[in-house]
Ligand binder design. Sequence first.
Ligand code: SF4
Length: 417
Amino acid sequence: MRIILAQAPAGRPEPPVFPLGLAFLAGQLKGHDIRAIDLALHRDPAAALRRAVGSFDPDVIGFSLRNIDDSSYPITYSYFLPFGEVVRSLEDWNGTVVVGGTGFSIYPRQVMQRAPRVDYGIVGEAELEFPGLMERIEKETVPRRAGGTLLKAGHVDLSRLDSPAYEVFDIEPYRGKRYSVGVQSRRGCPMGCTYCTYGYLGGRAFRRRPIESVVDDIATLERLGLASFAFVDSLFNEPRDYFHALLEAIAESGTELRWSCWIDESVTPADLERMVEAGARKVDFSPDAITDRGSSLLGKRAGAGRLFPIVRQARKAGLFVGVNFFNNNPGEGLGALLRKLLFTLRARLLLGWRNTVVNIGTIRVYDHSKLAEEMRDQGLVEQDCDFFEPVFYSSPGPADWLYRALSRLRRLRHGGG
Ligand code: SF4
């Protein structure tokens, strides 16, 4: 079969993000002729796809829809709309359109209803289901044009997956942007933070890839001439035995690549030193709340008190640090927002203005999160609210007003109006 794997367009200029999910999929698609295209890199994605279809004449186009929107508050940008436009542009083409990806897997029904040209939608991890579908289409046991058929895929056994085929995409556009190419060492997360959909998508336990496969991926990226990559894992410092073994294997591999990852406040100063030795240069924390009550209401395991000391340790180890908070999250209002702003000033002034960055967002609630359930139970939204149109956990009041004013100032400063 001739298959185009297409990353959904962003619809606006954005920093490149390598389509790792499609690279994993390409790695499992043996015996097919594959072309891959990242439509997010194209100013006119429909025209780019038309050209690819014209020159390659595929039987199937498989889209990955990573996110349905950018989760920004108070102005939210839809990624579904440009995706819908590209899919609509295939009305006159007679091949099979398949869609999957994390954004799709949260909202399969809503996407299929709004994009009727899609023949098959794969909910969940598509690495085994998609090749199986290709075989069934080839053997004509299922129709090529299926008019919106949903297929449910379970979690795959990561130890049996072949490596992602990074080389299926032209790596050049990602080379200039640090940490734009991902490496995945585990899926799923048992932490259960109330707003998060990772547990729904990847399972409520860590599923680990064999360490040698992860080290092989890093070697592949080095061969492709990259200088850095990002671990896209939920929580890099857990489970601890795997974390330590992986650090040791990366350090032993002698790679020159620099990398980033997401960690939490339970990481130790010794861990941070080992990470730097293995090539880490950037870490992100997601404490989200600044009070113990706020942390506990979000289901975060770490209390707020450990944050500043561990950020200081990370800076001391030489790491660039990102810290992410929410505003107006459960149990926190104006007082907490002022504390988050003070934290920002203190961290940046004392630990390095350019190397310590704090981001304060507002919770975009997605379906299948605990918070979505809580909001339905508490009557904060209608019982049948599906959260496809953006819903934020925020209420009018001083914390929201101040946040909006600061957001507006930031947009004006960056020329966003
Ligand atoms: S926010 Fe992070 S730590 Fe919490 S459940 Fe999601 S992936 Fe896990």
